[in-house]
Ligand binder design. Structure first.
Ligand SMILES: [Zn+2]
Length: 60
């Protein structure tokens, strides 16, 4: 009987850890999506705001 209770407590503990991991992951993904990586021109080093190339004519 003690083994059954022990396994039940472990099962609840695992569920708690899984819940914590689920709560942490979406917050991190939201932060990542909010701040995309800024692109820099390889030729002159300026930041590229749009998807178009740089004014200097260099490649991305
Ligand atoms: Zn450039």
């Amino acid at each position: 009987m003690l083994n059954v209770v022990f396994l039940f407590l472990i099962f609840i503990a695992v569920l708690g850890v899984m819940g914590k991991l689920r709560l942490i992951r979406p917050g991190g993904s939201r932060r990542r999506t909010k701040l995309p990586r800024p692109r820099k021109c390889r030729a002159c080093g300026r930041f590229l705001l749009g998807s178009a190339g740089c004014d200097c004519g260099g490649t991305r």
